[in-house]
Design a protein around this ligand. Structure first.
Ligand code: 2YC
Length: 272
């Protein structure tokens, strides 16, 4: 799992409104609309049922420790979605105690290996990886006008890819998975029926109009492989597209640092 750096997070809160406008323009729905689509619900249903649910974000110091701005950015994304959210004044165990005392019903916390949202009332635990995969797959479904009977090349057979494949197969896509570790792709196939394995990355890339980059590799997709109708949903950090591709992908690329993942985690944790 890629560890975010402070500079990746710095501008998230102040850019949320502008980013959401871009999502509506390119994908066809807002951040809340995409996250609701990821769980098969609607913004209205979730808001009507759960808007009063207080959410706490707890800074966690273990391992490599606090990332400046991480908890605050998670809190701002949740607030932007219309929910009450606070970062606990205490960290770690003290933060958990504070969150419960202050009546939080959903808590977000991350160490070096896990980033989860826990619904204290229902016991539901949502993992950032799978929720992010579902959120970005929902975005691709919307941007592509539906995935039914369409081929998608999924790069990366990890937790993000798992969540994405479940959503895309469930929405009728034919999912082809490539992982640099063939064994990881083969294990993935065991858990994701219907997914087919692709072995030769660069030979396969040009054959697909719809790409899902769930890898932590930078710059693996270069402009020779980008067609004028290519659409890419790319939760992977760092972005797997080379810089020269960006102008070619205007309006057909979904990528951010935390936003879609946190929104999908929240809606999944709230939804019964
Ligand atoms: O500030 C804190 O509470 C830190 N313990 C947070 C550490 C987050 C580590 N994980 C990551 O940077 C990435 C994120 C993209 C989400 C998943 N892994």
């Amino acid at each position: 799992m890629t560890r975010l750096r402070e500079e990746d997070i710095l501008y998230i809160a102040e850019s949320l409104k502008e980013y959401d406008k871009q999502l509506v323009k390119n994908v066809g729905k807002s951040l809340a609309g995409i996250a609701a689509h990821a769980i098969g619900s609607t913004e209205k249903e979730i808001y009507d049922l759960h808007h009063a649910t207080p959410v706490a974000v707890i800074p966690v110091t273990c391992g490599e420790g606090i990332i400046n701005g991480f908890s605050g950015s998670v809190q701002k994304i949740i607030e932007y979605l219309g929910f009450t959210a606070f970062v606990t004044g205490h960290k770690d165990v003290g933060g958990l105690a504070e969150a419960v005392k202050k009546g939080a019903k959903v808590i977000f916390l991350a160490d070096d290996d896990h980033f989860v949202a826990i619904n204290i009332s229902t016991g539901r635990v949502v993992d950032n990886g799978e929720a992010t995969g579902k959120g970005y797959a929902a975005g691709l479904d919307l941007m592509a006008g539906g995935l039914r009977d369409k081929d998608v090349l999924l790069l990366g057979a990890g937790p993000v890819g798992t969540g994405a494949a479940a959503f895309m197969s469930g929405h009728g896509a034919r999912v082809f998975v490539y992982d640099v570790k063939l064994g990881q792709a083969e294990n993935f196939k065991k858990t994701a029926p219907g997914v087919q394995i692709v072995r030769d990355f660069y030979k396969s890339l040009p054959e697909y109009k719809l790409l899902f980059d769930a890898t932590p590799s930078a710059e693996i997709i270069v402009k020779e492989y980008v067609r004028e109708d290519t659409m890419i949903s790319a939760p992977g950090i760092p972005l797997g597209l080379s810089r020269e591709c960006l102008p070619l992908m205007a309006g057909r690329l979904i990528h951010d640092t935390l936003e879609i993942g946190v929104a999908a985690m929240l809606f999944e944790a709230l939804f019964n």
